[in-house]
Design a binder for this molecule. Structure first.
Ligand SMILES: Cc1ncc(COP(=O)(O)O)c(C=O)c1O
Length: 420
């Protein structure tokens, strides 16, 4: 199959990311830590600079030219996110600081208001701590009980058990940040709705890489982080179905989220402002809008295809090492663009430190998924994660570096479950 991003296009994309053209420890930088955070194209950096240089002002309040421009650009960014997610309307797209805040918003409002003792919150074994801890907190406060969808041997979800009548909330990741598994959200949403439950989808690792249509997915809430999808840190979105958002109590209290404040109380502002207390991250929101423009200009289909090819290539080349165990589905079409692995008994931190000396940035540790690692019988893994600007040539350099790692540390094979 021909790559949909040809070499010329790939070269142009790489030129858009100034950070990529540097050396680290004397070697050309290879950035394979995209699941932690992505790099930013020039236009995102420029638009934030432009805001601070030419129209820095607070939004929604001022009656002067700068404030009106800032408000216009900020609300334009929201419109872009509405289209990006195929959300019903701007009222259903709330700006947050990222996935973590989006999930906490739902936990502290919808969940606290709706769950009672004995109700079940269904999560999975592959969740990031951001989609675990808020539910532990809600369970402690309401008496609800946490249940988990089990994993199959290849790291996909075992959906054979029907959801219980007691299931009131399903909180599931769209794509795992360790196994790479892309979960069948529509199927899970249908199963959740059949028992009357609400579904929240953690889209941190999916929205940057695959086209997301919240209506087609059938999800009630969808959370994403701007910084993982070419946008600034401190930007993110919570999508929610309008009827649910309307019925939820506010999250944070303060300016912007009120319509009227009296000596003895307040009334809430309309959506989405009801959930946007205080001065928002204005430059970041505008930057996220431009990041979304960039992703759509390249095309999410092309990006997905490119990452699938890089991932399949990396997995095939890593199979040259009998000591390497890769976690998650074997089939690259079932996974997002990341590969978590172990190499014999080499500690992932030693691996990452050695690769850093070679100019290669990967992540090592539990990747904020400790229960999953425990479940796999591991304390840590190494993770290489790819994005639209990564190349097969970089993968080749990575493989040569792995050879040096093996020679230096002398890896011995270890038997593992749930990996291959
Ligand atoms: C699957 C998943 N969910 C949630 C998060 C949390 O994202 P953030 O730290 O941007 O809020 C991450 C970040 O790595 C993630 O990978």
């Amino acid at each position: 199959m021909q790559p949909l991003l040809d070499d010329v296009e790939l070269g142009e994309i790489r030129d858009d990311f100034p950070i990529l053209s540097q050396t680290v420890h004397g070697k050309p930088l290879i950035y394979f830590d995209n699941a932690a955070t992505s790099q930013k194209p020039r236009i995102v950096i420029a638009v934030m600079n432009d805001y601070y240089t030419r129209y820095n002002a607070n939004v929604h309040r001022g009656i002067h030219a700068l404030a009106e421009r800032a408000t216009r650009e900020y609300e334009l960014a929201r419109q872009k996110l509405v289209r990006f997610l195929n959300a019903e309307s701007p009222e259903t797209v709330i700006f947050t600081r990222g996935t973590t805040e989006s999930i906490n918003l739902v936990a502290q409002t919808w969940a606290r208001a709706n769950l009672k003792p004995g109700d079940e919150i269904l999560i999975t074994w592959m969740e990031h701590h951001s989609n675990i801890i808020p539910w532990y907190q809600v369970a402690a406060a309401t008496g609800a009980v946490i249940k988990r969808i089990p994993l199959t041997a290849d790291g996909t979800l075992d959906l054979n058990q029907p959801f219980s009548e007691r299931t009131k909330l399903v909180a599931v990741t769209h794509a795992s940040n360790v196994l790479g598994t892309i979960n069948p959200i529509r199927q899970i949403a249908d199963a959740a709705h059949r028992v009357g439950a609400v579904i929240l989808v953690d889209g941190a690792q999916a929205a940057p890489h695959i086209a997301v249509d919240v209506q087609a997915l059938g999800c009630d809430f969808y959370a994403l982080s701007g910084h993982k999808m070419l946008g600034p840190t401190g930007s993110g979105v919570l999508y929610g179905k309008r009827a649910l958002l309307e019925a939820m109590p506010p999250f944070l209290g303060g300016g912007e989220m009120i319509r009227e404040v009296r000596a003895d109380g307040f009334t809430c502002n309309d959506l989405p402002y009801k959930f946007e207390a205080g001065t928002p991250a204005i430059a970041e929101g505008i930057g996220l809008g431009v990041a979304v423009d960039y992703l759509q200009q390249v095309g999410l289909g092309k990006i997905r295809q490119h990452e699938q090819e890089i991932t399949a290539y990396a997995m095939a080349r890593m199979a040259e090492f009998p000591e390497i165990v890769i976690y998650g589905p074997r089939d690259a079409s079932q996974r997002s663009g990341l590969v978590a692995f172990t190499m014999g008994d080499i500690h992932p931190h030693d691996m990452a430190t050695f690769l850093d000396e070679e100019g290669i940035a990967i992540r090592a540790g539990h990747h904020c998924a400790q229960p999953l690692h425990k479940h796999l019988g591991l304390s840590a893994t190494s993770r290489a994660s790819f994005y639209l600007y990564n190349t097969k040539t970089e993968v080749d350099t990575f493989i040569e570096a792995l050879r040096k790692v093996k020679k230096f540390f002398g890896a011995c094979p270890t038997g593992r479950q749930m990996g291959f």
